[in-house]
Design a protein around this ligand. Structure first.
Ligand code: NAD
Length: 480
């Protein structure tokens, strides 16, 4: 069976432990490859390689670094079919989604930061009659990048690209649930001419290799995307070591629909914002609030569309939803449906596993689920489910819906549907979240700040924010 090896110092190597973990294919429920089970010894090797590479990479001209990263981006583009197939197989997402979203986005992440760095400038502050301050922005050194399973290469590259562009060397770990495309990235980086040791990719469990990355004293910054509980642990571990931290964590996003919205546009977008990637996007709107005059109309139209949504094996071109990522995750999502029923909710459609036939009979498929009749503050409406499950709740006033929308510990993204311009701005101002989409969803401009407030995280990714995170400012004052 294929072994997914670590990529350290420009070569694929076995983990020092010699151990491997099973890699499951969500579409079939079968093990299809083995993942290096790395630990702190492998992290030590990666750090040594990165230390050696740092003087070379950080002193290269920006144009040279940029050219290598552009070639890396093109290398993924040239292998589009291989990457798309690997992402879909590893994660369970429809091939069409990997082909239209995940892999093109990884290509643009590398391209965006390869070119952004050539425009990145630092500040200077003139003091009349006294002198001038100028601020240098230097790479930090060795940085750790840890990513989750839902958008594997997309989120992995969203961290690695700015870290590398800014001149850092990277020790990175993809999720052990979806390691395959990160595994493929090593050879593309090598072919692009990236010097050995600049990008090191380690595989294995969060509690061992992830933890060792966070604890390593020579890794000076950690960029993490994943669950809030893991983020809390990482913050507790890294803070006393004074590491720079960027934490992109969980969400429980509101989707607020006013009666004056463009109903058809709202309906088709809400279908996507609820269930794209089987509801496993941190930006999906899982709590849908609908203004009472259109609540019944919305409910009827939405439930009818959701009930007709095709759940199929990821290679089926008709698949709107594929498999969820793992058996434990499928069980967790189903347990929330049971909880919703205990809390007094009514399942309007879905709520169960879909059993396909033949080689897909043991795959992890769930019917998209809509639940109504729950209190805004019950557990189902407060805790992150991260699957194809949404709740719908009517509201009467702006104040009431704001109170419900802001009632969770999270604050990542919010969606608003209204044609009243003043209301849109008023609501956007008051919603507690890092991102607000008005009459749209998931429109991404890579220059904008990305991240959440409250338990959804600390810090921002994207554009200059990411390049500032991955550099250390040093101010120099010169007296006249
Ligand atoms: P997770 O926290 O379980 O794992 C994320 C990564 O952290 C994995 O690579 C894992 O191996 C590693 N990890 C686990 N324990 C660790 C430890 N002790 N030390 C270091 N690393 C450790 O999250 P997940 O289940 O992979 O992903 C789903 C979560 O990610 C959801 O909560 C979702 O909302 C969140 N997410 C957030 C964003 C965002 O931008 N805010 C984007 C995508 C996903």
């Amino acid at each position: 069976m294929e072994k997914l090896l670590n990529f350290i110092d420009g070569s694929y190597v076995e983990p020092i432990s010699g151990d491997y973990i099973d890699n499951f294919e969500p579409a079939t429920g079968k093990v299809y490859s083995l993942i290096a089970n790395s630990d702190e010894r492998d992290v030590e090797l990666a750090v040594k390689a990165a230390e050696k590479a740092f003087p070379i990479w950080s002193s290269m001209s920006i144009e040279e670094r940029s050219a290598i990263m552009v070639r890396l981006s093109e290398g993924i583009q040239n292998r589009m079919d291989e990457f798309v197939a690997a992402e879909s197989r590893d994660n369970g997402k429809p091939l069409t989604l990997a082909a239209h979203v995940d892999i093109p986005r990884a290509v643009s992440n590398f391209h965006f930061f390869a070119t952004a760095i050539t425009h990145f400038a630092s500040e200077s502050h003139y003091m009349e009659g006294l002198g001038v301050n100028y601020t240098m922005r230097k790479p930090i050194g060795i940085v750790g990048c840890i990513s989750p399973w839902n958008l594997p290469l997309y989120l992995f590259s969203w961290k690695i690209a700015p870290a590398l562009a800014a001149g850092n060397c990277v020790v990175a770990k993809p999720s052990e649930v979806t390691p395959y495309t990160a595994y493929l990235l090593g050879k593309v980086a090598k072919e692009a001419g990236m010097p050995d040791g600049v990008l090191n990719i380690l595989h294995g469990l969060g509690g061992s290799v992830g933890d060792a990355i966070v604890k390593h004293p020579k890794i000076k910054a950690i960029s993490f995307t994943g669950g809030t509980k893991t983020g809390e642990y990482i913050a507790r571990t890294a803070a006393p070591m004074f590491k720079k931290l960027s934490l992109e964590l969980g969400g429980k996003n509101p989707n607020i629909i006013f009666a004056d919205c463009d109903f058809d546009d709202m309906l088709s977008t809400t279908l996507r914002s609820s269930f794209a990637n089987q509801g496993q996007i941190c930006l999906c709107g899982s709590r849908i609030f609908v203004e009472r005059p259109i609540y019944d109309k919305f409910k009827e139209a939405f439930v009818a569309k959701v009930a007709k949504t095709t759940v199929s094996n990821p290679t089926d071109p008709k698949a709107i939803l594929g498999a969820v990522v793992s058996k434990p995750h499928m069980e967790k999502v189903l347990s929330y449906v049971e909880l919703a029923k205990e809390e007094g909710g009514t399942v309007l459609t879905g709520g169960e596993r879909v059993l396909l036939e033949g080689e897909y009979k043991d795959g992890y498929y769930l019917r998209p689920t809509v639940i109504e009749g729950l209190a805004y503050d019950c557990r189902t409406n407060q805790e992150e489910i991260f699957g194809p499950v949404v709740t719908i709740t009517p509201f009467d006033t702006e104040e009431e819906v704001l109170m419900m929308a802001n009632s969770t510990q999270y604050g990542l993204a919010a969606t608003l549907w209204t044609s009243d311009l003043k209301r849109a701005h008023r609501m956007a101002d008051k919603i507690q979240s890092g991102i607000v989409w008005i009459n749209s969803w998931l429109v991404r401009d890579l220059r904008t700040p990305f991240g959440g407030v409250k338990a959804s995280g600390v810090g921002r990714e994207g554009g200059w924010e990411a390049l500032r995170f991955f550099t250390e400012p040093k101010n120099v004052f010169v007296k006249y």
